[in-house]
Design a protein around this ligand. Structure first.
Ligand code: ADP
Ligand code: MG
Length: 203
């Protein structure tokens, strides 16, 4: 596959959506063909699943299986075709989010999550993952009053601290794939660091 698969991770309010939009603008003006997508979501089935898992109480194992079901279709319908066409895929969350949220956050068995990820990904993984690292108190303050919080955003600070540590452990285990940004910096500093990291990969 000739495209570039980039995923973006971090707790709610870390700044992913804001900076993906800025990066998209930058790459577009550079003439690159960019596919912007998100998880859970990215396909009609994925968006329906997103509505369910963000707003309906479900068993944690149901949550895991729904996330992977959405991911399987997302890979088949969107991500692989885009990569085959040589496009740059910018994906707002991917498998690392399941490992961090359902694994580190909710205590689901990490070995099972990795097995499911391996089966579903079938070799299609991000070659670059940008982790927006921020203390939960900072991201929470950013989100306050923005919109009605979903099921994940209503979680307590200790949940987000576990998720954050889960993400940092993943980054430490795969330093060649991850770039960790200090997302508590002012917006323009985060954007500059992000563009540098992506440009380095684009060559
Ligand atoms: N570095 C930053 N400094 C201050 N505010 C920020 C920063 N990054 C994002 N924000 C603000 O925080 C809020 C959440 O950002 P968002 O990009 O939606 O986060 P995410 O997609 O990771 O949940 C938005 O209001 C955004 O403008
Ligand atoms: Mg977002």
């Amino acid at each position: 596959m000739s495209g570039l698969f980039v995923s973006f991770e971090g707790i709610d309010g870390a700044g992913k959506s804001t900076h993906i939009a800025r990066l998209h603008q930058h790459l577009f003006s550079r003439g690159l063909d960019v596919c912007l997508t998100r998880e859970p979501g990215g396909t009609p089935l994925g968006e329906s699943i997103r509505e369910w898992v963000l707003h309906q109480p479900v068993d944690v194992l149901t949550e895991v299986l729904l996330m992977f079901a959405a991911r399987a279709e997302h890979l088949r319908q969107v991500i692989r075709p885009a990569l085959q066409a040589g496009r740059v895929v910018l994906c707002d969350r991917f498998s690392d989010a399941t490992l961090a949220y359902q694994g580190a956050g909710r205590g689901v068995d990490r070995v099972m999550l990795r097995d499911l990820a391996t089966q579903v990904e079938a070799g299609t993984r991000p070659s670059l993952t940008v982790l927006f690292d921020v203390p939960p108190a900072v991201s929470r303050a950013r989100l306050e009053g923005l919109k009605a919080p979903d099921r994940f955003e209503r979680e307590q600070q200790d949940f987000f601290e576990r998720v954050r540590q889960g993400y940092l452990a993943l980054a430490q285990a795969e330093p060649e794939r991850f770039v960790v940004l200090d997302a508590s910096q002012p917006m323009d500093a985060v954007t500059a660091a992000l563009l540098r990291a992506v440009e380095a990969r684009l060559g």
